[in-house]
Design a protein around this ligand. Structure first.
Ligand code: HH2
Length: 258
């Protein structure tokens, strides 16, 4: 899954393709590099990010989603939990709803996603982007995050989703300290063992900076190491900014498996 953030303030690619034409070019580049899914987002969720209006979000994401309509080899995912954005994206051919608030951020999010009948990615976040990194605390981060995700997944299945269309994501960096992120990464195989497909987003995130001292634009090697760890644990979807490099790392890694 290649990331296309049509935002001025995303933590890594903010402002790089804020204009629709640049975002569309970038999306095409990621398709050519081998992305199976393009995740289009119009609102940064980095710690401290300010919310945007629905109109702004639509203005940002819809030109990219529409431009990718009908690309046979690549599905489009919309990184949003807003019912209006989900609807517009679905009408323009989006095939996955990626909601960092696990369909709980808006009153009609769950019902809308159900009505649209699309696969969903449910992510765990403690608190809200504005304040989530101030003092995140857990008694047992792995059981709390996995418990939350499985409860949300069961609610989806009870409402009619097929289990294979409900992706779970531990939400690396979303209301978590380094130790929490590491515990969740070490426990990925346990989440995979739940049977639901797992999605992982670690690409260029600040935990890699905490481990290496490197700024976001120098975190590709760390991102690849984390992606390969995810692959080894059975993660189904890797959400990354660097598609070509990740595809190459996975090609070599796959060739080395028995
Ligand atoms: N991370 C980000 C955004 N959306 N969705 C899922 N499912 N999992 C993630 O880990 C995830 C996500 C944050 O990364 P990015 O989009 O690059 O930054 P920003 O939120 O600043 O736009």
């Amino acid at each position: 899954m290649g990331v296309v953030n049509v935002t001025p303030d995303s933590f890594y690619d903010g402002g790089r393709h804020g204009a629709p034409a640049a975002a569309i070019d970038h999306a095409w580049r990621l398709v050519e590099e081998g992305a199976d899914i393009i995740d289009v987002g119009g609102e940064s969720t980095r710690p401290g990010a300010a919310p945007v209006s629905e109109e702004q979000e639509l203005d940002r994401v819809m030109p990219v989603i529409e431009a990718l309509r009908g690309v046979a080899q690549t599905a489009v995912s919309v990184d949003s939990g807003r019912p209006g954005v989900m609807r517009a994206a679905a009408a323009a051919g989006a095939a996955l709803i990626n909601d960092v608030r696990a369909l709980q951020g808006h009153a009609q999010a769950f019902a809308t996603a159900r009505e649209l009948g699309l696969p969903v990615c449910l992510m765990h976040m403690l608190g809200e982007p504005r304040s989530m990194q101030l003092d995140p605390s857990y008694t047992d981060v792995v059981s709390e995050v996995h418990g939350f995700l499985l409860e949300r997944a069961r609610a989806c299945v009870a409402a009619g989703w097929q289990p294979a269309t409900v992706l779970l994501d531990p939400g690396i960096g979303f209301g978590k300290r380094l130790a929490h992120n590491l515990a969740l990464l070490r426990a990925l195989s346990t989440l995979v063992a739940s049977g639901y497909p797992v999605l992982l987003g670690v690409s260029r995130k600040s935990m890699l900076g905490e481990l290496t001292g490197q700024p976001a634009d120098a975190r590709l090697p760390g991102s690849l190491a984390a992606a390969l760890h995810g692959a080894r644990c059975g993660v189904r979807v890797l959400r990354v900014h660097d598609v070509a490099a990740t595809v190459q790392a996975l090609q070599v890694w796959h060739a080395l498996q028995d």
